[in-house]
Every structure is written in structure tokens, then in C-alpha cells.
Design a protein around this ligand. Structure first.
Ligand code: SF4
Length: 289
């Protein structure tokens, strides 16, 4: 069996930096929410005695250290933490911070801010809290509904996207918005890391008989990556945990491609490779460079 490994396997720099900071912490720390959407990664953090994952800032006390996850938090929560006199380790991904800044500028300039993303996602909740006049849309229909019902005096709009939003969907939504001819400035804030992984699948799918995506069902990165695999590959499989995977389904495959979403640790991918090796004995492994 030929196995082709993604050039990008393992976590993106945002997740990697937050995870390394937390797992290597020597003192007691509290992490506000899940550092990234991946259960294996979260379990590793939970296993450390000095780490506590909390869900609300009321659980952080004076002089304690709190880590802010890659998705960022609401501005109200951030300001509350500042006023509590706690040590803040802000691991909001720099790419998410760019979108937060765009929202803050829209607020300062008294413009309307349109955020393309999933309204329930923590990143979107954090970004949208930075501008009072925010509208969250997620597809062409919601864009049409919003812009055709506009009765505002101000028609100045700033548009940006959740960093992990599907790029093709983003383009379609932007076209709908442009057709309304309002005064709109659009920022494409989709993260390159997600784009690169998806483009790689598109290219490699032509040369393999199956694509395997390691990820988490709760991660939008993972879901989008798998959607791309389903669109372009002859056969695609989603793997959440290598331990539970039924390797029999790969029995007749000759050439497989393995990639991972941005929240998957390298060791999870290597564990999966090792299990392939154990199950199929003869494998010819190559990594894309
Ligand atoms: S996927 Fe991109 S935006 Fe999200 S944490 Fe990773 S580097 Fe940052």
C-alpha cells in the first residue's frame, strides 16, 4: 500500500503555540474554554494536575493565571479579566485578532459590520462582541435577506469572515453582497492554513484512491476539510480517534492520502500511521514536500 502524507499534517501554528504554552506550564493555570476543538488534545491537557479547564470567567480568582484559547473571547469577558487582577496569557490566534481588530474599527467608525460565519462558534461570538452593529450571515440566502431589507441611514459596511469559513462559499456570499451596490469594504480573513490543506486535497485526490482526514466532529476546520475530501476524492474517510478506526475498510486500497485538520496533534497522525503499518505490514510512505 502506498501512503502519501500531507505536507501540512499536525496542528496549525495558532493551535500549536497555545497547546505548547499550556502543556508546558510549570505553575497552576486555568484555560477558558477548549483551547481548540479536539478531544484528544483536550484530554492531554485535562490529565495534567496543574491545568483546569473552566467555562466562565467567574471561576478565575485574583492572582491566578488564565489562558485564553485560540478562538478568543468576548470583549466583555476580556475586560472583566483585566479588572480582576489576574495573569492573562492571551493565546488568541493572531489571525483571529486581525478580525477582532476589523470589528473594533467598524465600531469606532460607526459602520455596520457583517461577519460571515457560524453564529454559535466561539470565534464568531468573540469577534461580534467587538462591534454593536454586527450582522452574522452564513450563506447566500442570509446575505440576500439582510441586504434586501436594509433600511438603515448608514450604508457603510465592513465585511469579514470567520477564519475557518469555507472559501468557495465566502466568494459566493461576497458576490451576492457586491450585487447590492452598497458602499462595502470586504476583507477576506480566511486563514491560509485551512486553505492550503483544502487545496492540497483537491490536487492529490486525482492521484489516490482514498483520502483520509483526521479531525474532530466539533471542529469547523475539520468539517470543511472533510467536505473538500468528499467533493474531490473517489473515497473519503473521517477519523476522529485512531484507536477506534476499523482498518478493514482500507483493505483493497492501493494508494491513500492522509491529512489532518488544524487542531489535530502530530502524534495523533503518527499513531494512525503506525496502526496502518501494523495492519498492512508493507507500506510505502512518502510525505508531500
Ligand atoms: S486555523 Fe488559522 S486562524 Fe485558526 S488557530 Fe490555526 S492559524 Fe489560527
Amino acid at each position: 500500500m502506498k501512503v502519501i502524507l500531507s505536507k501540512y499534517y499536525g496542528p496549525c501554528f495558532g493551535v500549536s503555540s497555545a497547546f505548547e504554552e499550556a502543556i508546558n506550564a510549570k505553575k497552576n493555570i486555568k484555560i477558558l474554554g477548549e483551547i481548540a476543538h479536539n478531544q484528544i488534545l483536550i484530554n492531554k491537557l485535562k490529565n495534567k494536575k496543574n491545568i483546569k479547564i473552566i467555562n466562565d470567567i467567574s471561576e478565575v480568582n485574583k492572582n491566578e493565571t488564565v489562558v485564553i484559547r485560540t478562538h478568543g473571547i468576548k470583549i466583555e469577558d476580556f475586560n472583566n479579566l483585566l479588572s480582576k487582577n489576574v495573569n492573562i496569557i492571551d493565546k488568541t490566534c493572531p489571525k483571529v485578532k486581525i478580525v477582532q481588530k476589523i470589528a473594533e474599527n467598524a465600531e469606532k467608525e460607526n459602520k455596520f459590520f457583517v461577519l460571515i460565519g457560524n453564529a454559535k462558534h466561539p470565534e464568531v461570538i468573540g469577534i461580534s462582541s467587538r462591534c454593536k452593529n454586527t450582522f452574522i450571515i452564513s450563506n447566500e440566502k442570509s446575505a440576500k435577506d439582510l441586504f434586501s431589507n436594509i433600511k438603515f441611514e448608514c450604508n457603510n459596511f465592513i465585511v469579514a469572515a470567520q477564519t475557518t469559513f469555507d472559501s468557495q462559499e465566502f466568494e459566493k456570499i461576497c458576490q451576492v453582497i457586491k450585487n447590492f451596490n452598497f458602499n462595502v469594504k470586504i476583507y477576506n480573513t480566511i486563514c491560509n492554513d485551512s486553505l492550503n490543506r483544502r487545496k492540497e486535497i483537491e490536487l492529490v485526490s486525482n492521484f489516490v484512491d482514498s483520502s483520509i482526514v483526521l479531525g474532530s466532529k466539533t471542529s469547523s476546520n475539520s468539517k470543511n476539510l472533510f467536505k473538500t475530501a468528499q467533493n474531490f476524492s473517489k473515497y473519503s474517510v473521517f477519523v476522529e480517534n485512531p484507536e477506534d478506526f476499523n482498518f478493514d475498510i482500507l483493505k483493497n486500497k492501493e494508494k491513500i492520502f492522509i491529512t489532518s485538520a488544524a487542531s489535530v496533534l502530530k502524534e495523533t497522525v503518527l499513531d494512525f500511521l503506525n496502526r496502518i503499518h501494523i495492519n498492512f505490514k508493507k507500506i510505502n510512505l512518502k510525505q508531500i514536500i
